[in-house]
Design a protein around this ligand. Structure first.
Ligand code: C2E
Ligand code: MG
Ligand code: MG
Length: 503
């Protein structure tokens, strides 16, 4: 016995006398410390063991500081998350994925030992598997940021050496977050959370990085956390609203359709733009519910305008589909149902997709796109020119329209004849592929004139109209015919301020 705590499993039954009175307990006890503290798959320590070791290290550190000793950190935590493990699982299957995790565990352990041979002032005392593709390391000793980052670097280098998975060479990399002990950590979870936040920050900014925790990251992370929580109930609470941005024929300035864009009126933060919450909705999967809600609302709205104004040809509707929405199993049947329930003509509906949604699994993307074409909706490739833009796929996939990203339009300079060459090249290429082109981000008459001269027929941008709420767009439709392609109508002044989009 070394005085350490053990995990025991106890089973017992009560022995009774003939009258039913309890006499004593009879049973057995087993030491299950290993099962409780070791990860079954990799044999590495598990989360529980890491936390109990971290608790001991933190206790010793706190004692030292309380006795007036140096507050320089005596330990640090690394949080490691494998990049793209899901792809490996999806490609090679779960059994191969598990085997890879074992190989990774072994290599992490070997790195710890290798490091201990060269460095004795800072040792990796626990290397644990936290679950899934996440690992963590407790470093003890002189935990300076330089030494901790050097160890993380060593881990990363070793993990980047290819793994042999049944004869296949597989490349891996971690995103790593690190944090050093401080007097402000109250529980082991505090430190783990900080390392996790640092890891996540690195992952969002630039995958595969090693990031040391900085308190400023906490605010960003807690905001994200709060929004992540709030977004789950936002559809039910009716906090989303739609705005509509005109899409026009460049020659006449006539509005032929609108792109519907979503806004979140958050109860405490006010108006939130999609850049802030769509990634969170994607991550949590709530985007599926939001997307279904928004499609229904937009179809109902456009149909009612078409009926009210006897528009001929009727107003068209463009709706964005984010990668997670695009990948859901019941996408096509859900759309068919919404179209029939809202009595909306499929030929008036376009879906805008970015390349990110397509290339992860091109074969199933093709099936879904073809199924969408079959119901008769249009398919537009959004933000064209900013992604992979593979010509091979452009040719093979059933898109109707390329939507040139606003980046290219912003770089159009009427003083510089050559600035339009890239846009011209995109338009020519679309022509060869039999695709229509729409330019987004048209902010001036000069943009419009240049694009027209380059042969672009359709456009969208602040020059023609910002995304407007339903009342403002209704007003614009009422005034139609009185303006012949002139500059946009002003947003009515009586609208609540948060509905007026800012440039
Ligand atoms: P997007 O589909 O490329 O939408 C165009 C974005 O450009 C919109 O930003 C729009 O307000 C902005 N924009 C339009 N004209 C101009 C202009 O002349 N100049 C400049 N600088 N910007 C202009 P928004 O509304 O913030 O949307 C951002 C992105 O969020 C959209 O990019 C789309 O990918 C996504 N999104 C918006 N609503 C939805 C939605 O309901 N569902 C999904 N899945 N994604 C959405
Ligand atoms: Mg779009
Ligand atoms: Mg776009």
């Amino acid at each position: 016995m070394d005085g350490s705590s053990r995990w025991m499993s106890c089973h017992a039954i009560t022995t009774r006398d003939p009258t039913g009175k309890p006499l004593r307990m009879a049973g057995s006890q087993a030491d299950i410390t290993e099962e409780k503290t070791l990860d079954v798959l990799t044999g590495l320590p598990n989360r529980l063991l890491l936390i109990s070791q971290l608790e001991i290290a933190a206790g010793e550190f706190a004692c030292r500081v309380a006795q007036g000793g140096s507050p320089s950190p005596t330990h640090a935590v690394l949080f490691l998350d494998l990049n793209d493990f899901k792809t490996i699982n999806d490609t090679f299957g779960h059994i191969a994925g598990d085997r890879l995790l074992c190989l990774i565990g072994a290599r992490l352990k070997a790195t710890g030992l290798q490091w201990a041979e060269q460095q004795t002032s800072l040792v990796a005392s626990v290397i644990a598997r936290m679950g899934g593709d996440e690992f963590a390391v407790l470093l003890e000793g002189a935990a300076t940021s330089t030494a901790v980052l050097a160890f993380a670097q060593k881990l990363q280098e070793n993990i980047e050496e290819p793994f042999d998975l049944d004869g296949l060479s597989v490349h891996c990399a971690f995103s790593i977050g690190a944090t050093l002990a401080s007097e402000f950590h109250r529980t082991p979870e505090d430190m783990l959370r900080e390392a996790d936040i640092a890891m996540y920050t690195g992952k969002v900014e630039n995958r595969g990085r090693i990031v040391l925790f900085d308190p400023a990251m906490r605010d960003v992370a807690s905001q994200q956390f709060e929004l992540q929580n709030d977004i789950r109930t936002a559809v039910a609470k009716g906090e989303f609203t739609l705005v509509f941005q005109p899409q026009v024929e460049l020659t006449t300035g006539r509005m032929y359709g609108v792109e519907s864009l979503i806004r979140w009126i958050h109860p405490t933060r006010g108006l939130l733009q999609p850049d802030v919450f769509i990634p969170i909705a994607e991550k949590t999967g709530v985007i599926v519910e939001i997307g279904a809600w928004m499609l229904r609302e937009a179809c109902l709205q456009i149909r009612s305008w078409n009926l009210e104004f006897f528009r001929d040809p009727p107003l068209e509707l463009s709706v964005n589909l984010s990668p997670r929405e695009f990948k859901q199993k019941n996408l096509v049947s859900g759309i068919v149902r919404t179209l029939s329930e809202t009595d909306f003509a499929p030929r008036l509906l376009h879906f805008e997709l970015t390349e990110g949604a397509l290339f992860e699994d091109i074969a199933s993307a093709r099936l879904t796109l073809n199924a969408l074409k079959e119901i008769g909706v249009g398919l537009d490739l959004d933000d064209f020119g900013t992604g992979y833009s593979s010509l091979k796929y452009l040719r093979e996939l059933p898109f109707d329209t390329l939507k040139i990203d606003k980046y290219f339009i912003a770089s159009l300079d009427p003083q510089q004849a050559s600035s339009g060459e890239l846009v011209r090249a995109i338009i020519n290429m679309a022509d060869v592929l039999g695709l229509e082109v729409i330019a987004e981000g048209i902010e001036s008459n000069a943009h419009r004139t240049t694009l027209r001269a380059l042969g672009c027929r359709f456009g969208q941008g602040y020059y023609f109209g910002k995304p407007l709420n339903a009342d403002a767009l209704h007003h614009m439709l009422m005034c139609e015919g009185s303006d012949e392609g002139g500059p946009p109508l002003p947003v009515p002044a009586e609208l609540p301020k948060h509905f007026q989009e800012q440039v």
